[in-house]
Write a protein that binds this ligand. Structure first.
Ligand SMILES: Nc1ncnc2c1ncn2[C@@H]1O[C@H](COP(=O)(O)OP(=O)(O)OP(=O)(O)O)[C@@H](O)[C@H]1O
Length: 601
């Protein structure tokens, strides 16, 4: 369902923006103009300067020691009578070239390694991640001092080794970008279509890596200049080459006799580092600019046309007592091109206290998006475009942060994949007690007692042992029980369970459904159950809403919908249930058999 309003003016402006090259966009950015202007001037000085300088930068003249600025020496002379201007110009070339060596070495190592590790994974990923960690852990300046003592004062070698030490920065940035883009379906599609790895990397992956890599180049240039200046300032550089760091040291030692000697190299180092940093900021702004412009120029959302027919209702719920949760006319959309794709369209739901309401539909019908919009957990680019959500009479849209306040306190959430929703580094006990202590303000001992009580309540046979266990030590079914315990820990009136049995085998599914039913009966919690399985609906739901293509097509009590499904789609889901899914009887039988085994074990 795509909502896309042609707005030729907006689209024309947007594509013009996109067509403009990065340098052209930088030329329109004030930070970009200032920093690029300065750096262009510096480059000019570095390239042409050494050929037009008035003096030999290393020519010592004892007669002219500490000569003031003016005459033959526009910026004066240093402690050995050498011309400061000539040295400053040559030092500019040396400093830029030294930093360039660092950037090139770091990029040559870090970018291919990040590309390969991110794209292929496997042993290369493990080894390179380990190496990157080791390099980052080494204190760069100490290593460089050690290298200097072994190899002598070779500025180029030291800057190259610094490039190796800083290459993990490129590696990590590129690796992260590649991993993100590697998950995209279009990469899978390119692979399936038979494109070679080199072609996929060249065509799809490099474009994602370009912007962060360019940003890093300017940052590493600045760091390279600072490191080089530090080494020369400490007197560890090559004394035969004029550098900003060596000039700074000379000025520092003679600060009382000729204070101006410090000024020129300080200005050069400071301004150059600032210019590279500002250029990085401008590049960041401009590489994001296209996205921002797209967002600004995107046409406003309008409901998709034609809108689906109103859902078939089996009973009127307007006469029900005050609902616990009421969503009305909810629509969710994602940006797509210049418009929006609507994934939830005009959905209305009412959930009474203590009711199990199943939201059922095939994959991609919008169930999870509906649940996430209620929980305010939509991904960053997803937006609730229309509708209201009221919980316990409070309009959640009206009060900023209302859902944040309710989530985990008044609304519990049971996610789809139990094991991947538990942190492998912490025990189950820690993960259960932390929210009790932080959110509910319980003391450590009380939180532990409550966690053990919850584990017993969700049917875990040895709560104390599970409490001490790490997630890898428990089964998927146990993990799901733990997550249900977590969702119930604050005694919420509503739990939203997103396919809580999908990742589990049939026997465990039946146990979890029985557990949810029992908990509902014992605690009176209402459950919004997101599922694609009508077997689950038959097993647990009081009311059902059938979703298709983002809309609810049929809604009513489970009994009425099972007795008399009206919509063709509902009937087809029943058909699938009868041919594919295990029946409630089968689930119950499997559970009973499992219980029997458990008892006899
Ligand atoms: N981040 C996103 N950007 C754009 N579209 C999205 C995004 N996330 C989900 N969608 C789209 O929203 C639609 C509904 O997805 P949703 O996850 O709600 O389906 P579902 O009914 O819960 O199915 P499943 O059980 O497979 O998760 C799908 O067409 C999906 O492609």
């Amino acid at each position: 369902m795509t909502t896309s309003i042609p707005d030729t003016v907006a689209l024309a402006t947007q594509s013009a923006d996109r067509r403009r090259s990065l340098p052209a966009r930088l030329a329109r950015n004030p930070l970009g103009v200032v920093s690029l202007g300065y750096l262009a001037l510096l480059l000019l000085v570095a390239v042409i300067g050494p050929f037009v300088i008035p003096h030999d930068p290393n020519a010592v003249s004892l007669a002219d020691v500490f000569a003031p600025p003016g005459g033959l020496y526009p910026l004066g002379t240093d402690s050995a009578g050498r011309d400061v201007l000539s040295r400053l110009v040559v030092a500019t070339s040396v400093s830029l070239a030294g930093a360039a060596v660092t950037v090139v070495v770091a990029a040559l190592i870090g970018i291919p390694a990040g590309l390969l590790a991110g794209y292929r994974g496997g042993w290369f990923d493990s080894v390179s991640a380990w190496l990157a960690g080791v390099l980052l852990a080494l204190p760069a300046i100490v290593v460089l001092l050690a290298v200097r003592s072994v190899t002598g004062p070779s500025m180029w070698l030291i800057m190259a080794i610094f490039g190796v030490l800083i290459s993990p920065s490129f590696y990590r940035v590129v690796y992260g970008s590649v991993r993100a883009v590697r998950e995209e379906l279009y990469i899978d599609a390119a692979m399936v279509s038979g494109l070679s790895d080199a072609r996929i990397i060249g065509r799809h992956v490099l474009s994602a890596v370009r912007a962060p890599a360019i940003l890093l180049v300017s940052a590493i240039f600045a760091v390279g200049i600072a490191i080089q200046a530090t080494i020369d300032f400490l007197g560890l550089g090559d004394a035969s080459i004029p550098t900003w760091g060596a000039m700074l040291a000379d000025g520092y030692y003679n600060i009382f006799r000729a204070p101006l000697l410090m000024l020129w190299p300080s200005l050069a180092i400071g301004l150059t580092c600032v210019a590279f940093t500002l250029l990085g900021a401008a590049l960041r702004d401009e590489t994001q600019h296209v996205g921002d412009a797209t967002a600004q120029k995107r046409s406003s959302w309008t409901p998709p046309a034609p809108r689906p027919a109103a859902p078939i209702r089996h009973d009127s719920d307007s006469s029900d007592p005050a609902p616990l949760l009421e969503a009305s006319g909810l629509s969710v959309a994602y940006p797509k091109g210049a418009g929006w794709t609507t994934v939830v369209d005009d959905v209305s739901l009412r959930i009474a206290p203590g009711e199990v309401h199943a939201l059922v539909g095939e994959s991609g019908s919008g169930k999870t998006q509906t649940a996430w919009s209620i929980l305010d957990l939509l991904p960053e680019n997803g937006r609730v475009m229309a509708g209201t959500i009221t919980f316990e009479g409070e309009d959640l849209a009206a009060a900023a942060g209302a859902v944040d306040r309710l989530r985990g306190r008044r609304i519990g959430y049971v996610p789809q994949e139990p094991l991947s929703n538990l942190d492998p580094s912490y025990t189950i006990g820690h993960q259960l007690t932390e929210p009790l202590r932080v959110v509910m303000g319980m003391r450590r001992k009380a939180a532990k007692a409550r966690a053990l009580e919850l584990l017993a309540q969700v049917g875990i046979p040895d709560p104390a042992r599970t409490y001490r266990s790490y997630p890898h030590e428990i089964s998927g079914g146990m993990a799901q029980r733990v997550l249900i315990a977590g969702a119930l820990s604050c005694e919420p009136p509503l739990v939203i369970a997103d396919e809580p049995t999908t990742a589990l085998d049939v026997t465990v599914q039946a146990e979890i459904l029985r557990l949810l039913r029992r908990l509902r009966d014992e605690t009176g919690v209402a459950i919004l159950m997101v599922t694609h399985n009508f077997g689950v609906v038959a097993d647990i739901a009081d009311r059902v809403s059938v979703m298709r293509h983002g809309s609810i097509v049929e809604t009513g009590s489970a009994a009425a919908i099972f007795a008399d499904p009206q919509h063709d789609y509902t009937r087809s889901l029943f058909g699938a249930l009868l041919t594919a899914a295990p029946s409630r009887g089968a689930l119950a039988a499997a559970a009973a058999a499992h219980d029997g085994e458990g008892r006899s074990a």
